[in-house]
Design a protein. Structure first.
Length: 122
């Protein structure tokens, strides 16, 4: 994300939270455009949990539209796996090949984002 877009992106992140009926705090390494968001929801409230799911989806899509990434120094994890193809395109297939070469038995982080349909190991 371009740094000059940061104020507009932060405003859109707040709008995403409001639209989905949840609270959100944004922090991170803002000088480099790296935004971490914390969703504020009551875990026993199904409506808030659904709002959080929708907000997370919107926030990830916003990051990709802005030319950013859905994952930073903390890795991908299960929540961000669905956005990897949109972010990396055909490169994701090559990443799967590297993963297979380095982890032929599939024992490192099993069940995360590998294997992908149509790639080696699937």
């Amino acid at each position: 994300m371009k740094l000059e877009r940061l104020p507009a992106v932060l405003r859109e992140m707040q709008a995403i939270a409001w639209r989905n009926g949840i609270g959100m705090v944004n922090f991170g390494h803002l000088g480099e455009g790296n935004i971490h968001s914390g969703l504020l929801v009551r875990m026993d409230d199904p409506e808030e949990l659904e709002g959080a799911r929708r907000a997370m989806d919107e926030a990830h899509r916003l990051a990709l539209r802005e030319g950013g990434s859905t994952a930073g120094e903390h890795g991908v994890g299960l929540a961000r796996a669905p956005y990897m193809a949109g972010e990396h395109g055909e490169s994701l297939r090559w990443m799967a090949e590297v993963k297979k070469a380095m982890d032929p038995r599939g024992i490192m982080n099993p069940g995360k984002i590998w294997p992908l349909p149509g790639t080696a190991g699937s």
